[in-house]
Design a protein around this ligand. Structure first.
Ligand SMILES: [Zn+2]
Length: 91
């Protein structure tokens, strides 16, 4: 016989808690879309989100000097050390 009083607790632990964990991971990695892994897959989705690479801003841009991809917020290229300013172009 199933204890119906435990049903809300089961829902919280199998669905609400993973969504909250996925949200924390998504914010830490700057990838808001990772929350959906927790919403749809529960704890399995949290594990997937934990192994996803972190986001770097919205999308990287290409250094105009060496054409290496660098984070959009970067002011200096990590590869060739050139000042980027606003000259970085989209890939
Ligand atoms: Zn560069």
């Amino acid at each position: 016989m199933v204890d119906h009083a435990a049903v809300p607790l089961v829902i919280i632990w199998l669905w609400v808690a993973p969504v909250l964990f996925a949200r924390v991971i998504a914010e830490a990695k700057m990838r808001p879309g990772l929350v959906w892994w927790g919403v749809f897959l529960g704890w399995v989705g949290v594990a997937v989100a934990a192994f996803m690479p972190p986001g770097i801003g919205r999308s990287p841009v290409r250094c105009p000097h060496c054409l290496t991809l660098v984070p959009r917020q970067a002011t200096r290229c990590a590869h060739c050390a050139s000042e980027l300013g606003t000259r970085a172009v989209s890939p």
